[in-house]
Design a protein around this ligand. Structure first.
Ligand SMILES: O=P(O)(O)OC[C@H]1O[C@H](O[C@H]2O[C@H](CO)[C@@H](O)[C@H](O)[C@H]2O)[C@H](O)[C@@H](O)[C@@H]1O
Ligand code: MG
Length: 265
């Protein structure tokens, strides 16, 4: 396995790296509502150039659906794993392997939407087999949402879990894991045989960090709020953009992580 820092030993910029990017909180600053995020032309150009520099070995790995990713980044289209790996589009313009909303998930979503329909600022994002309940714009309601979600979990098939963040929660099938999403890409060209690098920002990204660590890759977490398996941390979204610019486009040696605020041994 090649290690990313072999770039300092004479490989051309970006050589040998497969880059996996979380979106919200990593490439884009959080907004009160999921639909409020905006991608500017500079970011589109950065990602497009990075994808070219990596011979196409760059993919989004996100909790959003691939269709939503396409809307947000349009006209840029890149390989993407959506819904924490339940959806994949392995090439920039290939078919999306999408997933439907199971009946028990629909019933839980209907019931919780009814329960919280008067709670201002609470937003239900129904994504097929994954349900996100956002409380970023209504933090005071989060404890009640979490309690209701926990109570509702028993009416779902045993394969579901709840992942709670600081601005909401998601119902996820247990097989929805960023580690699995990245591993799927690593089986196919142009990702196969490269060193995986994953940049994320949240607790749901930790399985991805563990996967790339196990594969001898580089794991990078933005603004960690607690313990993390990531080997590198970055302070904010702007630092992620600078990291891509320096490490992928300019090929600054891995030993000088540029904007990395801390590097763990
Ligand atoms: O894996 P990611 O790419 O980080 O996606 C995780 C979730 O991101 C979105 O929600 C989050 O970002 C919103 C916009 O900033 C914010 O309003 C919300 O509070 C965050 O949870 C997206 O809407 C979800 O579907 C993703 O699962
Ligand atoms: Mg994120």
């Amino acid at each position: 396995m090649i290690h990313g820092n072999q770039r300092s030993e004479g490989l051309p910029p970006g050589a040998g790296i497969a880059l996996f990017l979380d979106i919200d909180g990593t490439l884009l600053e959080h907004q009160p509502h999921p639909d409020a995020v905006k991608v500017d032309d500079d970011l589109r150009a950065l990602l497009s150039q990075a994808a070219s520099a990596l011979d196409g070995a760059l993919a989004f790995v996100t909790g959003r659906t691939v269709a939503m990713v396409d809307r947000v980044f349009s006209p840029l289209s890149l390989p993407a794993a959506g819904l924490y790996g339940l959806e994949h589009r392995l090439t920039p313009d290939g078919p999306i392997e999408a997933a439907d909303e199971p009946a028990d998930m629909a019933a839980v979503a209907d019931a919780l939407e009814k329960e919280f329909h008067t709670a201002e600022g609470v937003y239900f994002e129904r994504k097929g087999p994954v349900l996100a309940i956002h409380t970023r714009a209504a933090p005071a309601v989060f404890p009640a949402v979490r309690a209701a979600a926990q109570a509702a979990l028993s009416s779902l098939s045993e394969g579901y879990r709840i992942v709670a963040g600081n601005a909401g929660l998601e119902f996820l099938p247990i097989e929805a894991l960023k580690s699995a999403a990245i591993a799927r890409f690593m089986e196919v060209e142009p990702f196969a045989g490269r060193v995986p690098v994953f940049i994320g920002d949240d607790v749901a990204d930790e399985s991805g960090f563990e996967y790339v660590n196990d594969e001898g890759g580089i794991s990078i977490r933005v603004r960690p709020a607690g313990p993390t398996a990531a080997s590198v941390t970055l302070p904010d979204v702007a630092a992620v953009h600078r990291w891509i610019e320096r490490e992928v486009l300019a090929g600054v040696p891995d030993g000088d992580m540029g904007t990395a605020s801390a590097r763990r041994s």
